[in-house]
Design a protein around this ligand. Structure first.
Ligand code: NI
Length: 374
C-alpha cells in the first residue's frame, strides 16, 4: 500500500480545486472507491462524496471524514508533484487527508468480514468556505452515525504525533464585514463631507480594544481586521469605506461580548464621525468539541498501534468539522506535520506519514465499533 498511497497523494496534490469546484477530485475518488468495490452513496452532493464499507457483523455506524478542497495560493514548493494549476494549491494538507482516508478505506475493506457495523467514508467538499460540513449534514447521510473521526495535519507538532485535545481544539469563527457610509467631498474642503476613512481608521483602533479591555483575560479570543478599502485618488474624500476581518473564540460568553461590543463601537464611531456604519456577519461557525471518551479511545488506539500521542493545546484556526460535532459525538485530531505553516505557498505534507495516518483512522473506526459491540 505505501506505493499506492503515494500515487494518490501526488495525483491529488497536482490537481487542486477550490471549494465547491472539486469535480475532478470527486471523479478521481469515486473511481478508486468503485474500483475497490466500495459503494458510493447517493447523497445529491455535486462535489465530494460519501461511501460505505459494510461490516460482516451487525452493529452501529462510525464515520471517518476527510476534507477535499484546496486554496487560491500559488505553490512555491518546487516539488516534482507540485500543483499543475497556477494560483491553486493544496496548501492546507487536504490532499494528505484524502490519501490517508483512501488508505484507511483499503485497510478496513480488507477486514470488513470481521467488522461489527459499518464505516461511512466522508470526502467533504468546501471546508475552506466553512460550508461543506453543514451541507453534508443536510443530506441526512450521517443520520445513523454514532461517532465521527477526522484529522488535520498540524505544522506546529512533530511529524506523526497524534495530537489530542478534550473539548475545543479549533475555535468558533466569525467573518465580519463593516460598511462605512460617509459623504464624499473635495479633499481641500473636508468640512463639507463626512470622511469614511477617518471613521474606518478609528474603527480599527477601537476594535483592538475589545479583546484587550472587554474580554475576560482567562478566555482566549482574537479579533483581526484584515481587509480595508476606501478611496481611489489623492484629492477626493470618498463616500464609502469597507472593512473585513475575523473573530475567534471558544465559548458563548466571549462570543456575546465580542458581538455586542463590536456593534456598540460601530454605532459609537458612526455618531462621532457623522457616518452610517453597518456590521454584517458573512460567515460563522462553532468551535470543535471533542468528546473526552473519544479522546481516551484514541489514546488507546494510538498505543495499540505503537504511535505516539500527546495532549496538545487548542489553536485559533477554524474547522467546519465542528458542525458534525453539534449532532454526533466526534473527535478531531491534530496530526503532527512540522514544517511551513498551513496556507503558506511552501507548505507540503510529508507523504512518509500517510501510512501511519491511514492505520490511525482505520484503527479508530475498528476500536470504536468493537467497543460498542462489547
Ligand atoms: Ni484545512
Amino acid at each position: 500500500m505505501p506505493q499506492e498511497n503515494l500515487e494518490w497523494y501526488q495525483w491529488l496534490h497536482r490537481h487542486p480545486e477550490l471549494s465547491w469546484q472539486e469535480r475532478e477530485t470527486t471523479v478521481y475518488l469515486r473511481g478508486l472507491l468503485e474500483q475497490w468495490g466500495i459503494p458510493v452513496l447517493d447523497t445529491g452532493l455535486d462535489t465530494g462524496l460519501c461511501a460505505v464499507i459494510e461490516g460482516g457483523l451487525p452493529g452501529p455506524t462510525v464515520a471517518l471524514r476527510a476534507d477535499i478542497d484546496a486554496l487560491p495560493v500559488t505553490e512555491e514548493t518546487a516539488l516534482p508533484w507540485a500543483s499543475e494549476t497556477p494560483g491553486k494549491m493544496h496548501a492546507c494538507g487536504h490532499d494528505f487527508h484524502m490519501a490517508a482516508l483512501l488508505g484507511a478505506a483499503r485497510l478496513l475493506q480488507q477486514q470488513a468480514a470481521s467488522l461489527p457495523g459499518r464505516v461511512k467514508l466522508v470526502f467533504q467538499p468546501a471546508e475552506e468556505s466553512s460550508q461543506g460540513a453543514a451541507r453534508v449534514m443536510e443530506t441526512g447521510v450521517l443520520e445513523d452515525v454514532g461517532a465521527i473521526f477526522g484529522l488535520h495535519v498540524m505544522p506546529t507538532l512533530p511529524k506523526g504525533l497524534v495530537g489530542l485535545t478534550e473539548g475545543g481544539n479549533f475555535a468558533a469563527i466569525g467573518r465580519f464585514a463593516i460598511r462605512v457610509k460617509g459623504k464624499g467631498c473635495h479633499a481641500a474642503q473636508p468640512h463639507q463631507g463626512a470622511d469614511p476613512i477617518l471613521a474606518a481608521a478609528q474603527l480599527v483602533q477601537a476594535l483592538q480594544g475589545v479583546v484587550s479591555r472587554n474580554v475576560d483575560p482567562m478566555r482566549p479570543a482574537v479579533l483581526s481586521v484584515t481587509h480595508m478599502e476606501a478611496g481611489s485618488t489623492w484629492n477626493v474624500v470618498p463616500p464609502e469605506a469597507f472593512l473585513e476581518g475575523t473573530i475567534r473564540c471558544f465559548d458563548e460568553i466571549t462570543q456575546t461580548v465580542l458581538d455586542s461590543r463590536m456593534e456598540q463601537i460601530c454605532q459609537g464611531v458612526a455618531a462621532a464621525t457623522g457616518t452610517e456604519i453597518t456590521l454584517e456577519w458573512t460567515a460563522r461557525h462553532p468551535g470543535t468539541d471533542n468528546s473526552p471518551a473519544l479522546v481516551a479511545l484514541a489514546e488507546s488506539t494510538a498505543r495499540r498501534l505503537g504511535m505516539e500521542s500527546a495532549r496538545v493545546l487548542p489553536t485559533m484556526l477554524g474547522e467546519d468539522f465542528a458542525f458534525y460535532q453539534k449532532k454526533i459525538p466526534g473527535l478531531f485530531i491534530t496530526y503532527g506535520m512540522e514544517g511551513a505553516p498551513l496556507h503558506h505557498p511552501s507548505f507540503a505534507a510529508d507523504p512518509d506519514y500517510l501510512d501511519q495516518a491511514s492505520r490511525l483512522l482505520a484503527g479508530l473506526a475498528v476500536d470504536w465499533l468493537e467497543g460498542q459491540a462489547k
